[in-house]
Ligand binder design. Structure first.
Ligand SMILES: Nc1ncnc2c1ncn2[C@@H]1O[C@H](COP(=O)(O)OP(=O)(O)OP(=O)(O)O)[C@@H](O)[C@H]1O
Length: 304
């Protein structure tokens, strides 16, 4: 249930392959972060899943069916693709009521999702008076309207203030814990690392990675140790004999790339070199992501 299956999915716009023979699954019960540089094909994949565009070849299905073949699709999948999509002249409540009625959903769902997304108090205001963050919440309310098992959210934290970002993180985790499938695209690595359990990374329309957050960081970053010592000259010499380098940091600490704290600790003990502090530095998702995608970015600024 609630499984997204992408199989050999390809979408060409003229000579541009927005998505190129893409194959991966998105599973229920966890938040999957959908990453990739600008133009990597994330939005196109989501549009193809939602039947908003037709694949050139391959398939994108939910529970084995294309979006067009789903009966009462809002019960199966809710999506936030463009927070500006709601008509500005309508009130938030009327926007949601229109969606509910046309999809044969009970009217009470409108009040429920207004409450859930924290915009019940402004439900009677016209959407054109909404800030970007309020529009994002309205878009999420629309995505939740049919109580769907699958959620596709394209940059849902866009425009949200810090409190809103925490709210959406908890909402995503809550929805996944209920057994739903949650696919969230974002360019905010720190945020994704707090929100997602699993990652799918695209580069120029192709799959670059499909693995757990931990495996991704481990696979795409190098080990680094931070060390503070009373005798950097001797530690540097001892490391040099093992082909390692002690690099000076700004705060009186030193770093060693490609080694573990266990290794450096053992070496220092054998040599009788006093170590005042020693810690494995955990690589960030951002470092791992930039390491993987650097050669796949379509747009990069020239160095000054
Ligand atoms: N309707 C279209 N017509 C022509 N080219 C398109 C169309 N939609 C997308 N593309 C192209 O397909 C490629 C993938 O775009 P897409 O918007 O899916 O990437 P993305 O990963 O969502 O990027 P971003 O992070 O910037 O939102 C880009 O080169 C884009 O210019």
């Amino acid at each position: 249930m609630n499984r997204i299956e992408i199989r050999e999915l390809t979408k060409a716009y003229g000579s541009t392959r927005a998505v190129d023979h893409l194959t991966f699954d998105v599973l229920p019960g966890r938040v999957t972060g959908f990453l990739g540089p600008n133009g990597a094909g994330k939005s196109t994949t989501m549009r193809l899943l939602l039947g908003l565009d037709r694949p050139t070849s391959g398939t994108a299905t939910i529970d084995g069916r294309c979006f067009a073949d789903l009966r009462e699709p809002l019960h199966h999948v809710g999506a936030l693709l463009d927070a500006q999509a709601a008509h500005g002249g309508r009130t938030a409540r009327d926007h949601l009521l229109g969606l509910a009625v046309s999809n044969r959903l009970p009217r009470r769902r409108v009040e429920e999702v207004l409450e859930r997304t924290g915009i019940a108090a402004v439900g009677g205001r016209r959407v054109k008076t909404f800030s970007l963050g309020m529009r994002q919440r309205l878009g999420i309310a629309a995505a939740l309207l049919g109580d769907p098992g699958v959620l596709l959210l394209d940059e849902p934290t866009n425009g949200l203030d810090p409190e809103g970002i925490i709210w959406i993180r908890e909402l995503m985790r809550d929805l996944a814990a209920q057994g739903r499938t949650v696919l969230v695209s974002s360019h905010l690595m720190a945020e994704t690392s707090l929100m997602a359990d699993h990652l799918v990374v695209l580069g120029q329309g192709r799959l670059l990675a499909d693995m757990s957050m931990k495996d991704f960081i481990d696979a795409h970053s190098t080990a680094r140790v931070r060390v503070r010592t009373a005798d950097p000259a001797r530690l540097g010499a001892a490391l040099g004999r093992e082909g390692l380098e002690l690099v000076s940091g700004a705060d009186g600490c030193w770093t060693v790339d490609g080694a573990s704290a266990e290794h450096i600790g053992g070496l220092a003990a054998r040599e009788g070199i006093p170590v005042l502090q020693l810690v494995d530095e955990r690589a960030s998702l951002e470092q791992a992501y930039l390491g993987l995608t650097a050669s796949h970015a379509q747009f990069t600024a020239a160095a000054p």
